[in-house]
Design a protein around this ligand. Structure first.
Ligand code: G1P
Length: 296
């Protein structure tokens, strides 16, 4: 245990990207607001953070992302209408969204990469440790994980990164870690990280998924990180520098994860999450089974 660790209660959610993979749906609305069943994708990510004890969230945004702030704000007129109509459950859900956490929004003036986006949060986060959650993937609420990363960070003071085993032909889509197992189940010490390596360059098939718990020092490292893969300032490169200085950790996630930044992943997530819902699942499953049976 080091003396620099306080309880992790802040999170940074980068949400400034254009969402080109989902055009034209993202021409006039943020990709984070695209619904998965009946909730915008960003709501799953925020719920995941709040479920792990986060109560202070900084979103990194760009122009055209104002609806993110509206979504997590109170909307008194709508609340009043729902009360008048006796729609109590909807009222509770809408009201809850306005009270989930303390939100602040920081503009990233230019899209210079994930590392740069996180660096934009420095004034809001200060020197304390914080979590980073990327919005393109989210983890199933039945497989909570962020709390485990926070716990490891609070015990060690070190950066903790979520990893997942991926097939070798997919490592080029992720940051990839050189990892040595520790005595703790699923916990690795990371000696190197490479952003989107080729199959030959990849040190393992342990891929970085979009969850990090980082010490405040990462901001100093990011400020000195040069442009890397794709001409962008990469968070992975800053973590690589940190790993050369002090041990950093990875934890392997074996649960259910949804990659909604990709069309195929988005469609799968929609089906899986709809099936998991008490209100929609049973009827949707009956229809789906019949539909699939009728294919070819
Ligand atoms: C980012 C990170 C990459 C990580 C990935 C996880 O890449 O740079 O290291 O593996 O998220 O989703 P992006 O997918 O934003 O290009």
């Amino acid at each position: 245990m080091t003396d620099r660790v306080t309880r992790v209660h802040k999170a940074v959610i980068p949400a400034a990207g254009y969402g080109t993979r989902f055009l034209p749906a993202t021409k006039a609305q943020p990709k984070e607001m695209i619904p998965v069943v009946d909730r915008p994708a960003i709501q799953y990510v925020v719920d995941e953070a709040v479920g792990a004890g986060i109560d202070d969230i900084t979103m990194i945004v760009s122009s055209g992302k104002e609806s993110l702030a509206d979504h997590f704000d109170r909307m008194l007129e709508l609340e009043r209408v729902l009360v008048e109509k006796g729609k109590t459950e909807l009222y509770d859900e809408i009201r809850r969204l306005g009270e989930l956490a303390q939100f602040s929004y920081v503009r990233q003036p230019e899209q210079l990469g994930l590392g740069h986006a996180v660096l934009c949060a420095a004034p809001a986060v200060g020197e304390e440790s914080f979590a980073v959650l990327l919005g393109d993937d989210f983890l199933d609420e039945r497989d909570p994980f962020l709390h485990r990363m926070i716990d490891l960070h609070e015990r060690t003071g070190r950066a903790v990164i979520a990893l997942m085993e991926v097939p070798e032909d997919q490592v080029h889509l992720y940051g990839c870690a050189a990892a040595t197992p520790t005595d703790e189940d699923g916990v690795f010490e990371l000696t190197d990280l490479i952003e989107k390596p080729s199959r030959e360059e990849a040190p393992s098939n342990l891929a970085v998924i979009g969850r990090y718990v980082l010490p405040g020092e990462i901001f100093d490292v990011l400020a000195k990180t040069e442009k890397g893969r794709g001409g962008e300032i990469q968070l992975t490169d800053a973590l690589r520098t940190l790993a050369q200085r002090e041990p950093i950790y990875g934890i392997r996630f074996d649960g259910r994860r949804y990659d909604v930044g990709d069309k195929q992943g988005y469609l799968q997530a929609t089906v899986q999450l709809a099936l998991a819902r008490d209100d929609l699942g049973p009827a949707f499953k009956r229809w789906l089974v019949e539909y699939v049976a009728g294919l070819e």
